[in-house]
Write a protein that binds this ligand. Structure first.
Ligand code: PEP
Length: 251
């Protein structure tokens, strides 16, 4: 019932040349289709270039971030939801742990970005996840609940989740090579779905929940086989054609 989704977060990586090669390889590898919806999220400056390269492919575009102000205006360095839409983005990542940790994004700001994106017609990919010390001190569910509730408790937040995506990304697994075990990930995914179900079970059944954190071609199938894991948000491996194709085919 939920179509799997695999999204590549390129972060601040790439050049015109490398993106051309990456998209060329992905298009060739996915020419006969994939069960999963496949999304790539380039750095903002390469969205336009990537859009052209993606012509005649089923790969979808997403942004990595957006401004929390809905209207265009005097916000130097920011990118409006309307601009992402203008260049064909369907998705946008909000609340990635790097933005929370390095740029001070709070739960409230992330929720505002989610609202602005959703209201504009983008599908937000809301990232949640605990730090290592939070897991080790038994706070995983409390942290994830707090991050999720910032959106769930907004006006219209529950309904918006039906058409949005959540990515559970334990911070200790991002870019570290340490992956959560499929059981650890499934436990948190089930917790997230249950928390949404407490508000609306129909929405909970529809919301796609991705796992992120050192997903590779070699571990994706086992992770994606879990009942509440609907695909992956992929960083490092999304920059390597064969790795990313392997992950897309694992769903
Ligand atoms: C990410 O940045 O969202 C991510 C999951 O990174 P990696 O796959 O490199 O751990």
């Amino acid at each position: 019932m939920r179509q799997p989704l695999v999204a590549g977060n390129w972060k601040m990586n790439g050049s015109k040349e490398s993106i051309q090669a990456l998209i060329g390889g992905l298009k060739a590898g996915l020419s006969s289709g994939a069960d999963a919806e496949v999304v790539v999220c380039p750095p903002a400056i390469y969205i336009s270039e990537t859009k052209v390269l993606l012509e005649e492919s089923s790969i979808v575009l997403g942004g990595q971030n957006l401004c929390d102000h809905a209207e265009q205006g005097a916000f130097t360095g920011e990118i409006a939801a309307s601009m992402l839409l203008d260049f064909g983005c369907k998705y946008v990542i909000v609340g990635h742990s790097e933005r929370r940790a390095l740029y001070g994004e709070t739960d409230a700001l992330v929720a505002e970005k989610f609202r602005v994106a959703y209201d504009a017609g983008l599908k937000p990919i809301l990232c949640v996840g605990e730090l290592l010390e939070e897991r080790e001190s038994g706070q995983t569910e409390a942290v994830v609940a707090r991050q999720l509730d910032a959106v769930l408790n907004m006006d219209g937040g529950v309904a918006a989740l039906a058409d949005s995506v959540i990515a559970y990304e334990p911070v200790w697994a991002i870019g570290t090579g340490k992956t959560a075990s499929p059981e650890q990930a499934q436990d948190v995914h089930a917790f997230i779905r249950q928390r949404i179900a407490e508000k609306d079970s129909g929405v909970a059944a529809k919301t796609r929940i991705l796992y992120g954190g050192s997903v590779k071609a070699g571990n994706a199938a086992e992770l994606f086989s879990k009942s509440d894991i609907d695909g992956g948000l992929v960083g490092g491996a999304s920059l390597i054609v064969d790795e990313f194709l392997g992950i897309c085919r694992a769903s």
